[in-house]
Design a protein around this ligand. Structure first.
Ligand code: URA
Length: 240
């Protein structure tokens, strides 16, 4: 139940927004003043308190109210496993980001795939990002043997028959010699590698360069940063 009193239970809206990654407390107060925040469908007042079960939206997008919701954008290097713990003792992505609060990878990149990986403790956001029904795009740059021509690009765009069925139409282009830019919105195992194999251009190196609205060329392999306020909003919108 929402209320605007200081004396009652519940956390203030600007505090929840700040913790969810929307910037400083002052920036979050601005969001509320600008009437961009709604609680249970009604424009929020500064100081309004929320309780579990209340629905919080910024610019129409539902915001997670986890006490410590946090999302990192990691540039995963090659030879690191996308798992929380590896029985074989190989390096894992969780060892590359802060240990508290505990976060887990959103989806999976192969051990030999590099590039952008989101790590979060927000299970709901992770589910929405990985569930095929939301169709969040993932863009890859593949270094391949040879240079794909029109026929290969057309096949990728129309769908490729793999042993687990036909792939959905992809976006595909060849931005340079030995390069293939491919955007898919499914998440099958080793999908890009298998698609490239199937059209005759095996992958030598694979880098994920975009997840939905999120891209960043400045993060070095092995480095990470927290998502900005506007990126959190964009992601929530992409999975709304
Ligand atoms: N497709 C692949 O083949 N590998 C990945 O890691 C991600 C997508």
């Amino acid at each position: 139940m929402v209320n605007n009193s200081d004396t009652e239970e519940g956390e203030r809206v600007q505090k929840i927004l700040a913790r969810a990654g929307f910037g400083s407390r002052r920036a979050c107060e601005e969001l509320v003043r600008d009437q961009r925040v709604a609680i249970n469908g009604t424009v929020a007042q500064l100081g309004a308190r929320l309780s579990p079960g209340d629905e919080l939206r910024v610019d129409g997008a539902v915001i997670s109210m986890l006490p410590d919701a946090i999302t990192y954008l990691l540039n995963k290097p090659s030879d690191v496993v996308t798992t929380a713990s590896d029985p074989q003792g190989r390096p894992t992505v969780v060892e590359l980001v802060p240990t508290s609060p505990r976060v887990f990878p959103v989806g999976r990149l192969d051990m030999d795939t590099e590039g952008l990986l989101l790590m979060t403790n927000d299970g709901e956001m992770a589910n929405r990002l990985t569930h095929p029904s939301f169709g969040v795009e993932k863009e890859y740059l593949a270094h391949v043997s040879g240079t794909p021509g029109r026929a290969a690009l057309r096949q990728l765009r129309e769908g490729v028959e793999l042993d687990d069925g036909l792939t959905a139409p992809a976006k595909a282009s060849s931005p340079g010699q030995g390069l293939l830019r491919i955007t898919i919105h499914e998440g099958r195992n080793r999908q890009v590698r298998r698609m490239c194999d199937a059209v005759g251009f095996p992958v030598k190196r694979l880098v994920r360069v975009r997840i939905g609205p999120i891209a960043d060329r400045t993060i070095k392999p092995g480095q990470w940063r927290q998502l900005s306020m506007s990126e959190v909003i964009d992601l929530q919108r992409a999975t709304a």
